[in-house]
Write a protein of this length. Structure first.
Length: 215
């Protein structure tokens, strides 16, 4: 299975150029905090909804995967807050921020599909989030371009080093699921929706740059 989203890649290229502005990277960290803090509740909802479908052959593997993956993701939102503190941004200021409509749609659409269609939708979301992960070289380039302390990138660097293993786990999980055609289409729709809103969110982050405001 292969999902392509050139728009997302183009937006990321723009982000890499504009990360020289500290406020752009700070905004990116705040977005990462919002996404990571939603991860565990989202996966817990998958477990809850999957248990309501005991006769579906996909749900038990989903439950087992989520139970395995939740502990791996816990605490990552705190890492984002710690990185922001390195840059002088308080936890209180981050937590009182209202998430953007694009960010709310990215996460909220998953809740809708999980609850009202099928919990397998989450795999399209996770595929996008973790398969095309940042590399160590990518993070090092961000550090060099931004001129910010490397300590402010520890969360990204951790994911660059470990997500290569998560990537294969997700691919293996999807390949082993006994998906119906409808379930496959649901997962595919979830993936394309995720890429779309990741692109819009990245564009929102880039708009923080002074050059974007004056353009």
């Amino acid at each position: 299975m292969h999902f392509m989203a050139m728009g997302c890649f183009h937006a990321n290229d723009k982000f890499k150029r504009l990360v020289k502005y500290p406020e752009v990277y700070i905004e990116n960290l705040i977005v990462n905090f919002t996404v990571t803090s939603s991860s565990t509740p989202l996966m817990q909802e998958v477990i809850r909804c999957a248990k309501l479908l005991p006769d579906d052959p996909t749900t038990q593997p989903l439950i087992e995967y989520m139970e395995h993956h939740i502990p791996e993701e816990e605490g990552h939102d705190i890492w984002c807050l710690e990185n922001l503190e390195v840059l002088g941004i308080s936890r209180r200021d981050v937590k009182k921020r209202i998430p953007s409509p694009n960010l709310a749609t990215l996460i909220g659409s998953q809740y809708y599909w999980i609850r009202h269609h099928h919990p397998v939708a989450i795999m399209g979301y996770l595929l996008c989030m973790e398969v095309n992960h940042a590399t160590v070289e990518y993070v090092e380039n961000l550090i060099n371009t931004s001129g910010l302390p490397a300590e402010a990138f520890s969360n990204l660097m951790h994911h660059a080093r470990v997500d290569v293993h998560h990537k294969q786990e997700i691919i293996d999980m999807i390949n082993n699921l006994q998906l119906t055609e409808e379930q496959y289409q649901m997962m595919e729709t979830s993936a394309f929706q995720t890429y779309r809103y990741l692109t819009l969110i990245t564009e929102d982050i880039c708009k923080i740059a002074p050059i974007e405001q004056s353009a």
